[in-house]
Design a protein around this ligand. Structure first.
Ligand code: MEV
Length: 438
């Protein structure tokens, strides 16, 4: 069997499943049943999901949880989080509750500029290209009006277009570097449509530009695409309180806690191995809300990690300080998010998540997402610098193991009682289950 197939995309869903089951499984029927168990019984809903992507054979569930009590800029939110990792939602909820009695989270959008580029090759006189660009620049705005009209009505559109000489990097390489305001949409389609139109204008105008030689007229467009690096689409989230107000169950000495917390953040600022894990904790919160609200978490991830490296080394996205006995903890992240377009009105759970957030604007969603990241980071650092994370984590993990072993209610009571006083590890739990089942 060589597992190669022609014309697979033309198969019906049933045929695709049968082929996979036959090709890869000793028990094809079992595989088919597993796939079909995850189909939605509502045929229309299933069809909707089938059509989100290509070659759909089933649905892949990720739990949708909620973290209540998020006080952000004076307003309470219950934040939807789609994530498969245990402890994340609990940590977010705990941090939200903690800060709700200490002034809540403050968040502000610093800027919302999006970026797109036309990458092209021009062989010729650089100053002639610059003159040509200045002469035709207005055409980029005028001849995209059919695309930009609606966006302009909403207050957005093309902000600026500049010509960038990149020939120090690659011979004859230039860019049209364009900036956009896309208001409540993430704007990928809008930006890419504008860029493709820019590319067309660029090529066509060059062909008839009198002062260009034949070689100069032949501009080669390599590609036109938005950038997911958006260092001017930034949101800031912050918490702060007098140090003595940090006191609670696991924080008996708030000054020592605050100092250790700041130290932990400083380590992540200077030490890339720690920074990556530190930022991963932030992304636990960010991705979960991004996913629940139908945004593109790959774009967000790529953009954020590039931003974390903007000073030449990978560093922490969050920062902390103690000044005049006030503890302040904050982060700044680039977030190009949308609350209209894309999946937002298509996926019923995305729509529900946005409704739960009371239909936020993109700017409001940027603030909520950044806060979720900060809350997650606070929860992780609080655990790491006090009890360690395994204590809480393994309690959650215990539940997953009990589910894996399909423990009965009686067994669960016994096991939970036992592990109140014993260290939870996968093997210890398995041994214990096996023991009580003997
Ligand atoms: C686990 O998903 C995330 C943490 O490792 C983050 C951190 O170390 O800061 C707990």
């Amino acid at each position: 069997m060589n597992n190669v197939i022609a014309g697979f995309s033309k198969f019906s869903k049933e045929e695709k499943i049968n082929w996979i089951a036959k090709e890869y499984f000793l028990n094809p029927q079992e595989a088919i049943t597993t796939l079909k168990n995850y189909w939605n019984s509502d045929e229309n809903l299933q069809k909707l999901h089938d059509e989100f992507i290509e070659n759909t054979i089933s649905n892949f569930y990720i739990p949708l949880g909620v973290a209540p009590n998020f006080l952000i800029n004076g307003k309470y939110y219950t934040v939807p989080m789609a994530i498969e990792e245990s402890s994340v939602v609990a940590a977010a909820s705990k941090a939200a509750k903690f800060w709700s009695t200490r002034g809540g989270f403050k968040a502000s959008v610093i800027d919302t500029e999006k970026i797109g580029q036309v990458h092209f090759i021009f062989k010729g006189d650089h100053s002639k290209l610059a003159d040509f660009f200045n002469q035709i620049k207005s055409k980029f705005f005028i001849e995209t009006e059919n695309i930009t009209k609606n966006m302009q009505k909403r207050g957005g559109g093309i902000l600026d277009i500049i010509l960038k000489d990149k020939t120090h990097l690659i011979p004859n390489y230039f860019q049209l570097h364009a900036t956009f305001e896309t208001i409540d949409s993430m704007g990928a389609n809008f930006i890419n449509s504008c860029l493709e139109q820019f590319a067309k204008i660029l090529k066509e105008e060059a062909q008839v530009h009198e002062s260009f030689s034949e070689t100069e007229k032949d501009i080669q467009v390599v590609m036109s695409i938005l950038s997911n690096y958006v260092p001017n689409c930034i949101v800031r989230a912050e918490v702060s309180c007098p140090i003595n107000e940090l006191e609670e169950k696991h924080i008996s000495d708030p000054t020592a806690f605050a100092e250790r917390f700041v130290q932990a953040v400083t380590i992540a600022e200077v030490e890339p191995f720690r920074a990556v894990t530190h930022n991963k904790g932030i992304m636990n919160g960010i991705d979960a809300v991004v996913l629940a609200t139908g945004n593109d978490f790959r774009a967000i991830e790529a953009g954020i990690h590039a931003y974390a490296s903007r000073n030449g080394h990978y560093s922490s996205l969050s920062h902390a300080k103690i000044e005049n006995n006030i503890f302040t903890f904050w982060l700044e992240v680039p977030l190009a998010l949308g609350t209209v377009g894309g999946l937002t009105s298509l996926h019923p759970l995305v729509k529900l998540s946005l409704d739960m957030l009371e239909k936020p604007s993109a700017k409001e969603l940027m603030q909520i997402v950044a806060v979720a990241g900060l809350a997650q980071n606070f929860a992780a650092l609080r655990s790491l610098t006090t009890t360690g994370i395994q204590d809480g984590h393994m309690k959650m993990h215990l539940n997953n193991i009990l589910n894996q072993f399909m423990a009965t209610e009686e067994e669960r009571v016994l096991i939970r009682k036992h592990f109140k006083h014993h260290v939870v590890s996968h093997s210890a739990v398995v041994d214990y289950i096996e023991n009580i089942r003997k």
